[in-house]
Each structure stands twice: as C-alpha cells, then as structure tokens.
Design a protein around this ligand. Sequence first.
Ligand code: 8DG
Ligand code: MG
Length: 153
Amino acid sequence: MENKEKQMVSPPPEPRVAVVVFLLKGRSFLLGRRRASVGDATFALPGGHLEFGESFEECAAREVKEETGLDLGENKIEFLTVTNNVFLEQPKKSHYVTVFMRVVLDAQEEHVIQNVEPDKCYGWDWFELENLPNPLFWPLEKMLKGGFDPFLN
Ligand code: 8DG
Ligand code: MG
C-alpha cells in the first residue's frame, strides 16, 4: 500500500485536549467509574473533549451537565492546572493535554447527581482526598500522587 493510502485507512494519532472537573463539596469530590476503552473501570473526574471554539469553562459546564445532570449555573469555574498524558500502549494509544478545572459547590446545598450516560459510567459518588477509591484513572492518579491538592492552589 502507498503511504498516502495507508494514512487514509488509519490517520496518524494526534494529541487531543480534554477538560475535566473537580466538583468540590466539603472535603469530597465527585468521581465516576469509567466504561470506556481508555481506562475502563477506573475512577475518573467528569469531563470530556474540548469542542471547537469552546472556552475551558464552557466545556467544563457542558460536560458536567451532560454526564451528571448538574447545572453549574452561576458557580465559579476556575482553572487549576494542565498535564500532558502520553499513553503509548496498544490497543489504544492516546495523548491528552488534560485541563483540570475546579468548582467549589456550596456544601450546605443538596446537589442531585444523575448517571446521565450509563453506557459511559457505572455511577458517580463523592470521595474524600484521604480516602480515594481504587484504581484511579491514571492521569488523575499521576497528578494526585505527585502531591497535587485540588482543595489548595
Ligand atoms: P466526549 O466525546 O463526550 O467529549 O468525551 P467523553 O466521552 O466524555 O470522553 P472522556 O473519555 O470522558 O474524556 C476524554 C479524555 O479525557 C479521556 O479519554 C482521557 C482524558 N482524561 C484525563 N483525565 C480524565 C479524567 O479524570 N476524567 C475524564 N473523564 N477524562 C480524563 O486525562
Ligand atoms: Mg467523559
């Protein structure tokens, strides 16, 4: 096969941008167990791919709404940090520039969380930083093991 044809069959992998959100409530934040080819059965933050023309804040609000049903409304959505996540193992190589955002929810208020996309997530729950579930999705694990504290910064 000519090189050009090969590229049409399977385009070269490219880095993608993901926006993920720490929804903080008291000492807890929301994690869901993934149903996905990348990181299946691991616990991850709500989030997804940045769409063309979106700000990080718009993407964060959209993904949280799509995945949990929670409307962030007037809540402040803050940028926390960005990490570079290269995963070269087969069958699914991936490279994500992952933008971490934060929303501090009012701990006194009740927040109804729904599993809106049960084909992508086994369910959401609140976890404390000192008592996280296992296994965490590796980009999240890498960052937390590196000492990053979403409650500070
Ligand atoms: P979309 O097509 O609806 O936009 O995306 P999605 O179906 O919600 O994708 P996703 O897998 O939830 O998120 C996209 C990528 O973001 C994921 O494959 C890898 C990267 N990512 C991280 N860390 C995290 C995390 O903690 N949670 C989520 N959901 N994605 C993460 O690097
Ligand atoms: Mg997602």
